[in-house]
Design a protein around this ligand. Structure first.
Ligand code: NOJ
Length: 747
């Protein structure tokens, strides 16, 4: 009863304050009001995020309930029994000293029940709408389980296909990643943070986690400040501008200082420069992992370093819980520091409306796997698919007899990809099911049982199926477990005996389509010439089958473009299109390959430029690459003026002709190059893109506006500058093509 009255008073106060002042004034007032009543113990409790995967087994323990009752826990991770969610929240609201609600969190990375393509696949859609919808659907489905905070989106720029977490990344480009960041935040958080199906988002991992040396997960990162600011920070800035409420510090050290104890990133950049007013959570145990890093001598020291750096909430390890008060007694940290953490956390809880409406959304009918969600997932899978090669083999035609082969043609769980704890493979539609559903003329022979299978026992049947057919569709790649956290690979070619099987199938002489489901670009050197078409599907999610069926049969057009450079081998990594130039840039004219060096050649410098003797300098496919069914031609890039005055704009345009037999949705890309800078500038930088629909036989003009802001970067003094001088510009189908134009920036 008391509780009811309290809620009523809060609600009335809320309404009257809404009238009198802005909501944020009201929230700040409430924050101070609650803070003033809290004991020190309770304040520390708010900074504690309890992961239950290790702590709650079986029933809720009395210890855990008591911890909530005493206000010792602020947030729970992975409480997946809805009855526990309700009970823990009830205890927090009704029995804890100040009735502060809990938040229930979970890693919902690319869908909760309905699984969308992996984030790298979503990035390949180059489509903000598709990304936003996927996040909205995730939030709607997760709300039923009481989950109001997701540890997504991951915004780590990734330039190394060996790194397992490239699968979760938005790719290698800061501009594309920023567009996606905005879309994901909007989708998760919805129109209003206090809606029951809004999930607060977490921009992670702060910072430069994707720069892990050698692509080995958790590895050290050495990234100079210009690079941090020009490449790694922009997607985070975009997420904060879009209203992201939380941010997660990463596992790695950056130039020697672990992110969870890094004052420079957590205070100077995040709070002083970006004015971020949400809260920072550590990654799983990343506070106490500063001990093995060699940055803290014990848990207490780790807590001190994280507190001093401004980290608000500790995930799973308990150094704050165990030592924060002692550190305060010793004068190593202050109550005001703790108060600030609690303010940041309470502010977000208030914005989420949890004080007024703390309980799980009550739904009449479950929205999990709703038809509209499945359709959105299919659409996303279609839009993410990238056609990499096509010798007129695709689309298939209805009369062809198909041999459907490969370990991922009927792998309902693996097609979901990494980080899909809650997606149920029983709801997946596989390519095999989709071919059957559509009454295609096909025979199925998996050939290999799973992607790492080395046995050739199934080859005979697969070859026999191929011989009886007109075309082979081989669906292979990587099982879901081969990418994601801690799943880096040095050799990124097709695992197991897939290359051998492809070789055997190629020998049948039948046209061969390779469909790849994987969490990263796959090295294709050994098989590239043995296949007639290559389709990159990433791990497409629940609706992989129907999406691929439509693409392969021309019912949908491939529109995806690579969000990362596709290397020839893992050994070429890191590789990315927007690299700075050397003084001796690689060039086809002077390249000398390993086989062209005469035996006994005199010691010369072999072309004098930046390349590998054996792999050359080009990737297999450039960033932004992807084919359409049909043919598109770009005319030259035209600038409206070859002089751009500061604070004015110029138009850049290009005419595109659809010369093929299909309507095309083209992803038209705008790149610039700042020719001479205060620091060496990238050879190209993406500055815009547009999806343009072009009917068969039609020509359209693609236009972009360039303003001085587009030319800005952070120089060696850490200032945002736009420098007078020459710029090159391309409107192009990908980062390696297009016809260059130029202009000069003048005062
Ligand atoms: C560790 C991962 O690095 C992070 O991305 C994830 O959100 C947390 N674990 C919680 O599961």
């Amino acid at each position: 009863m008391n509780q009811l009255i309290r809620l009523l008073i809060i609600a009335l106060a809320f309404v009257s304050c809404q009238k009198k002042s802005s909501k944020s004034d009201y929230i700040e007032q409430r924050v101070e009001e609650i803070l003033s009543k809290m004991s020190l113990q309770e304040k520390v409790g708010q900074t504690s995020l309890r992961g239950t995967s290790s702590r709650v087994k079986g029933d809720l323990s009395e210890d855990l309930k008591n911890a909530v009752r005493n206000g010792e826990i602020g947030v729970f991770l992975n409480v997946m029994n809805p009855k526990y969610v309700d009970e823990l929240q009830r205890i927090a609201i009704e029995e804890s000293p100040n009735g502060i609600p809990l938040i229930f969190a979970r890693d919902i990375i690319h869908g909760y029940k309905t699984i969308f393509p992996i984030p790298l696949g979503m990035a390949a859609s180059w489509n903000a709408e598709v990304a936003e919808t996927s996040a909205r659907v995730s939030a709607i489905e997760a709300a039923e389980s009481g989950i109001r905070w997701t540890f997504s989106p991951m915004l780590d720029i990734a330039r190394d296909a060996r790194w397992g977490r490239i699968a979760e990344s938005p790719g290698e480009d800061p501009y594309l990643a920023s567009v996606l960041a905005t879309a994901f935040i909007k989708g998760y958080q919805g129109d209003s943070l206090n809606s029951e199906n809004s999930m607060i988002a977490c921009a992670k991992h702060f910072l430069a986690y994707g720069a892990a040396e050698g692509g080995r997960d958790y590895n050290t990162t050495i990234v100079n400040e210009e690079l941090l600011r020009n490449v790694y920070l922009p997607p985070f800035k975009a997420a904060f501008d879009a209203g992201a409420q939380t941010v997660m510090s990463s596992f790695n050290d950056i130039n020697g200082v672990p992110a969870s104890g890094n004052k420079f990133i957590l205070k100077k950049i995040l709070r002083d420069e970006y004015n971020f007013d949400g809260f920072v959570v550590s990654d799983w145990n990343s506070v106490t992992e500063m001990i093995p890093h060699g940055y803290a001598k014990d848990d207490k020291h780790a807590a001190e370093r994280a507190i001093t750096a401004g980290l608000d909430m500790e995930m799973t390890s308990t150094s704050y819980e165990d030592y924060l008060l002692a550190l305060m007694d010793e004068g190593k940290v202050t109550e005001e520091q703790l108060n600030d953490f609690v303010r940041n956390i309470l502010r977000v809880k208030l914005r989420m409306g949890l004080f007024e409406n703390p309980y799980r959304e009550k739904v009449d009918a479950s929205k999990w796997y709703a038809q509209s969600h499945l359709e959105a997932a299919k659409e996303a899978a279609i839009k993410s698919t990238v056609l990499l090669k096509n010798n007129k083999t695709l689309p298939l035609n209805k009369n062809q007899r198909i041999a459907l082969i490969g370990p991922l043609a009927d792998a309902p769980v693996d097609q979901l990809g990494t980080w899909t704890f809650d997606g149920d493979g029983n709801y997946s539609l596989t390519p095999k099911q989709a071919f059957a559903e559509n009454k295609s003329k096909f025979v199925f022979a998996e050939g290999l049982k799973y992607s790492r299978d080395k046995s050739s026992a199934g080859f005979k049947k697969a070859i026999a199926a191929a011989e009886k057919s007109d075309v082979i569709v081989f669906i292979g790649g990587e099982e879901a477990i081969l990418s994601g956290e801690a799943h880096s690979r040095a050799d990124i070619s097709l695992p197991g005996a897939q290359e051998q099987l492809i070789d055997a199938l190629h020998k049948t002489g039948k046209p061969l389509v390779l469909v790849i489901m994987a969490g990263r670009p796959i090295a294709l050197g050994n098989i590239m010439d043995k296949v007639d078409a290559i389709v990159m599907a990433w791990h497409p999610g629940t609706m992989a089958g129907p999406a691929l069926y439509d693409i392969l049969n021309g019912k949908a057009q491939p529109e995806g473009r690579l969000p990362v450079t596709w290397p020839k081998q893992g050994a070429q990594c890191p590789i990315y299109y927007n690299h700075p130039n050397t003084g001796r840039p690689a060039s086809a004219d002077s390249f000398v390959g390993i086989n062209d060096i005469p035996v006994g050649a005199w010691q010369s410098s072999l072309g004098n430029n930046s390349h590998y003797l054996d792999l050359g300098f080009e990737p297999h496919f450039p960033f932004g690459y992807g084919l359409n069914y049909g043919e598109i031609e770009y005319e030259k890039t035209i600038v409206s003026s070859n002089k751009l005055r500061r604070n004015e704009t110029i138009q850049v345009s290009c005419t595109l002709h659809n010369k093929g037999n299909y309507p095309i949705t083209e992803t038209v890309q705008l790149y610039i190059q700042d020719v001479v800078g205060d620091i060496v500038r990238p050879v190209k930088e993406l500055k815009g893109f547009k999806k343009i629909r072009i009917a068969k036989g039609e020509s359209v003009s693609a236009e972009f506006t360039i303003s001085t802001k587009d030319l800005e970067y952070v120089d060696s003094s850490m200032n945002y500058v736009v420098e007078d001088g020459d710029f090159n510009v391309w409107i192009a189908p990908n980062s390696a093509d297009g016809i260059k134009a130029s202009f000069e920036l003048i005062e």
